[in-house]
Design a protein around this ligand. Structure first.
Ligand code: ADP
Ligand code: MG
Length: 589
């Protein structure tokens, strides 16, 4: 199905800006077809599956049609339920963000009339309501439709199923005859056909066919994950399955940026592709991905179109794809050339309904996955370490420390004690060793000890029998417990000494409360001070005011940070990917 750019549809600049801000990269098929027709003024009857983007398809032309100078209802959107009315109102608000003087107002049963009167009196131009409550306001005289230009029936078939047919007919008959009429419905039963006949004028019928799909033969799993737990769950799956090469899809550029940052901060070699990047940048990223210098490529659908790599192990739908077709395109990136591939889809509560529709179209070949517990991941790390230890012993390729060990044995310590202590040290190498008495920053205070937080917050939540669950705020605590991966922990090499560059700078910072850190990246990487502030603020979540002077050298940089934050910054930034290299931060002596 052909999709178009939003800029090709005749939308005003302020709406294009809003679309970009929301992060939609291109118009969905129903949007591509309906928007130009609606902007042209014709009535439309539209049929397309759930999740295909109908809201923006009618909301954008509706917003464009509003004259901000007229403070009276100009657009009426009828929705079957209050939840939908609220959702549509939210989308309208987002899309009208840059159009000044446009106000939207949801009106639905259960909310006080007072508030709704106030909104109506304030001159809201776009009214989004359930038929019953709209009828009430019409009868009370608080809602006047004489200035109405456009009426939209969203999910018309559902409204009829819910018995709103008489209300709808009454409301429609009270709107000016020259208004534009838009109806959207997933199905076209006789009752809808009658409505269309009675209330539209030469409607353009737009139907987006469900795609006939051939799903590649790869293992598909879905996980029910609350929005805010996605990062953590993703990392667990990567660690447990030991994925080393994957493509991760997000819905918007913003999400791509965010997730890439989170993954980098957790020590994965992640990079991104999205529409805001120049062609040259994208090619550079692609080249590094192809060479496996990037383990995980985070991308939007559009940007990923050019990704043509054969050996991708796993495709992750971090956000649900826009439609079934996109789903198939996405997962088709793995399991190529006869290889085994895996597709993982995260479904949040908000997306569950949409996903159920998708599952039906995809043919139920997607199994439900269980989120691994922190203990499982931990166990896996331990096992991997034992294996590594055995290999190393077998190969005999390690420096001997006989004298030191003899000394310990002479002191009466057993060999098993010594070895256990060493394993303990190796396994704990990623835990913060010191925090320098740092006061809790905003980021610090949300972290609670890792074990407790994980066990409590995960296990029960995902075992709910009902697919519907709330998306309410989860405890901040679980957010982003950063952890490095097992292989980084065990591979850790002694840090390079910062002294090399010391001839170039005074040893200590000028500001009394600051210490100087050495970054292994400088002008050779086209780094700006802004990049450095960005990476520190992003990964260590400290205030800009805690960052002092920054000095760029040829191949390194000196960065002053507040003394109390230094240990934290050192820990959080170590090993994350920064300007195409693994960052090493040391204390400049
Ligand atoms: P429908 O009403 O057809 O069921 P919605 O309008 O509710 O679908 O849209 C479904 C989801 O897709 C929403 O989360 C919405 O934000 C998102 N969406 C809509 N249009 C686009 C687009 N052009 N690109 C990306 N996501 C989109
Ligand atoms: Mg809808």
């Amino acid at each position: 199905m052909q999709k178009k750019l939003f800029s090709e549809l005749g939308l005003a600049p302020e709406l294009l800006k809003a679309v970009a801000r929301v992060g939609y990269e291109e118009a969905s098929p129903i949007q591509s077809q309906a928007i130009p027709v609606l902007l042209g003024g014709a009535d439309v009857f539209g049929q397309s599956q759930t999740g295909s983007g109908k809201t923006a398809a009618f909301a954008l032309p509706a917003i464009q049609s509003v004259d901000p100078a007229v403070r009276a209802p100009q657009v009426l959107i009828l929705c079957p339920t209050r939840e939908l009315a609220v959702q549509v109102a939210e989308e309208v608000a987002k899309l009208a963000f840059f159009k000044r003087g446009v106000r939207e107002l949801p009106i639905y049963g259960g909310q006080s009339y007072e508030r709704q009167y106030r909104g109506l009196e304030a001159g809201s131009q776009i009214i989004i309501g359930t038929p019953g409550r709209v009828m009430d306001h019409l009868e009370r005289g608080s809602l006047r439709l004489d200035k109405l230009k456009m009426v939209i029936l969203d999910e018309a078939d559902r409204m009829l199923d819910m018995g709103f047919v008489d209300d709808i007919r009454t409301v429609l008959s009270k709107t000016p005859p020259e208004r534009q009429t838009v109806m959207f419905s997933a199905t076209l039963p006789a009752a809808i056909r009658n409505l269309v006949e009675d209330f539209t004028h030469e409607p353009v019928h737009i139907r987006i066919e469900d795609q006939a799909l051939t799903v590649p033969d790869i293992e598909q799993l879905y996980y029910e994950v609350d929005r805010r737990a996605k990062v953590e769950v993703l990392c667990r799956l990567i660690d447990l399955e030991d994925f080393k090469f994957g493509l991760i899809f997000c819905a918007t550029k913003m999400m791509v940026d965010e997730l890439t940052e989170h993954l980098s901060a957790r020590g994965y070699a992640a990079d991104k592709l999205h529409g805001d990047m120049s062609q040259a940048m994208r090619e550079r990223v692609m080249a590094r991905f192809r060479k496996h210098a990037v383990e995980f490529l985070v991308a939007t659908d559009v940007a990923a179109r050019g990704v043509d790599v054969d050996d991708i192990e796993v495709v992750v739908n971090y956000d649900l794809p826009q439609d079934n077709e996109d789903y198939v395109h996405r997962i088709g990136r793995t399991g190529r050339a006869g290889r085994h591939g895996k597709a993982i889809t995260f479904v949040s509560s908000r997306e569950f309904r949409k996903f159920q529709y998708m599952l039906r179209a995809i043919g139920g070949k997607v199994a439900r996955g269980r989120i691994p517990s922190a203990e499982q991941v931990e166990q896996k790390r331990t096992d991997a370490f034992y294996d590594l230890l055995r290999e190393t012993l077998d190969a005999g390729e390690y420096k001997r420390h006989d004298e030191f060990i003899e000394e310990l044995l002479d002191q009466g310590r057993s060999s098993t004690d010594i070895a256990s202590a060493l394993i303990h040290l190796a396994g704990d190498a990623d835990k913060p060793r010191h925090n320098g008495g740092a006061p809790a920053t905003a980021a610090h205070s949300i972290e609670i000890p890792r074990r407790e937080s994980r066990r409590e917050d995960y296990a029960p939540r995902f075992e709910r029998p009902e697919p519907r669950y709330s998306d309410e705020a989860r405890p901040e605590a679980i957010e982003f417990q950063k952890k490095k991966r097992e292989k980084r922990v065990f591979d850790e090499k002694p840090k390079k000494n910062a002294k090399r560059h010391n001839d170039d700078v005074t040893p200590f910072s000028h500001e009394p409360d600051m210490v100087r850190l050495n970054f292994n990246a400088g002008r050779d990487r086209n780094i700006t001070p802004g990049d450095i502030v960005g990476v520190i603020a992003g990964a260590a979540k400290i205030q800009k005011s805690d960052i002092g002077a920054i000095r760029l050298l040829a191949k390194a940089s000196y960065v002053d940070v507040r003394k109390q934050q230094a240990a934290h910054v050192l820990e959080k930034l170590q090993g994350i990917s920064f300007k195409g290299r693994k960052l090493q931060v040391t204390l400049a002596e």
